[in-house]
Design a protein around this ligand. Structure first.
Ligand code: ZN
Length: 265
């Protein structure tokens, strides 16, 4: 993944192979209009930032990709396992902001789906054959409920996507360098039957360092996605203050970057 600039948007571009039928990437905090501590490209509507600043930032993102702001879909993320399916065109997606969901799947070209994060892993999926895209919000809760596996299953059952054809990008999130967690989190994974030890390292009594990206990669591989088709940004949002917001590092009062994907045809 490489840093790219389109319009005023600086983002980490995820490159997928095959005929180009989508654009996707992960925004940085650069060149938005929000003031500290949301400086400056805060795309999250659930922060204490001025709403008009967030609107301004969302409009910068839309403009950079030649869509109207009404074609940018984000939802009310709950750290749950509900998936929003968009399979018909809509004039205005801005009211989807009130819908509770943590993943979005669509077959609609020209509709940009986005997941807002500040530590959690944003995951983007493409089936270039069936022309289906998805975006997933995977913090520890979303990972413990296997939301990415449910999304792959949903893409398969609703749109006939073969997991072997999926290409996936896991965006910048909090790295295991900065993500120490305790026993209740481990318990949530163990209860879901997820092999905790393969992506978490013991860091003292009752403490572990959790690698969210690796946990989701393992799940994707179990769901049938080829390992070679899973791309992981190695950047830790907490270590890279100049590029990203981090909820944990910033004590909760911070902005949100976005993982976004859109079918272009
Ligand atoms: Zn770190």
């Amino acid at each position: 993944m490489q840093m790219k600039r389109t319009g005023r948007i600086h983002y980490i571009a995820a490159e997928f192979t095959g005929p180009a039928c989508s654009v996707q990437g992960f925004t940085t905090r650069h060149e938005g209009v929000s003031r500290p501590p949301y400086n400056s490209l805060n795309l999250g509507t659930n922060t204490l930032d001025q709403l008009h600043s967030v609107e301004g930032n969302r409009s910068l993102l839309a403009r950079a990709f030649d869509i109207s702001q009404e074609a940018l879909v984000t939802v009310r993320q709950m750290h749950g396992s509900d998936i929003l399916i968009i399979d018909e065109p809509n004039e205005d997606y801005s009211h989807f902001l009130g819908l509770e969901s943590d993943a979005i799947i669509t077959n609609q070209p020209g509709v940009m789906i986005g997941i807002c994060v500040a530590d959690c892993a944003p995951i983007l999926l493409l089936d270039a054959e069936q022309k289906i895209v998805a975006a997933v919000h995977a913090g520890w809760q979303g990972t413990a409920v296997k939301l990415v596996s449910k999304t792959v299953a949903g893409m398969n059952s609703l749109f006939g996507c073969n997991p072997r054809n999926l290409q996936v990008a896991i965006g910048p999130s909090i790295g295991k360098c900065c993500y120490e967690v305790d026993a209740p989190i481990r318990q949530a994974f163990v209860q879901s039957g997820i092999p905790w030890d393969s992506f978490a390292e013991q860091a003292g009594a009752g403490k572990w360092r959790l690698d969210l990206a690796a946990a989701n990669r393992d799940m994707l591989i179990s769901a049938g996605v080829p390992a070679a088709s899973i791309h992981i940004s190695e950047m830790c949002v907490s270590c890279h203050r100049e590029l990203f917001f981090s909820y944990r590092r910033d004590g909760g009062d911070t902005g949100r970057q976005m993982g976004f994907i859109m079918l272009t045809e």
